[in-house]
Unconditional design. Structure first.
Length: 108
């Protein structure tokens, strides 16, 4: 993921999330990966109050590329730390729901 996550330069449609790999640290038999995401605002001129901007629930899912092991977690944060196997490719997806407007955003 490190090469694919950090080198993505293609434009993203509005309403999607941009995932960023902050760091990866190998600890014995596992790798901890810190992943964060930023929402691409659908309408940048429509400023919503900070209280509404922070009211998101995000479902983070990850799976070994090609199938097999998978996991998920629900968070109200804009970042997570995942414990993953070393030397393994993973597909990480984040889908967030605004608790006020019920709008969805997704990123891979």
């Amino acid at each position: 993921c490190q090469s694919k996550c950090s080198s993505s330069s293609s434009p993203h449609p509005a309403g999607t999330l941009t995932l960023v790999l902050l760091q990866m640290i190998r600890n014995d038999s596992l790798v901890t990966a810190d992943v964060a995401w930023v929402s691409i605002v659908t309408n940048p001129t429509a400023k919503s109050p900070p209280s509404q901007q922070q009211q998101h629930q995000c479902l983070v899912t990850w799976e070994v590329s090609g199938g097999g092991l998978m996991g998920n977690l629900l968070t109200e944060s804009s970042s997570v730390q995942l414990s993953l196997w070393p030397e393994t490719n993973y597909r990480v997806q984040v889908t967030c729901r605004n608790k006020v407007s019920d709008g969805l955003g997704a990123g891979i």
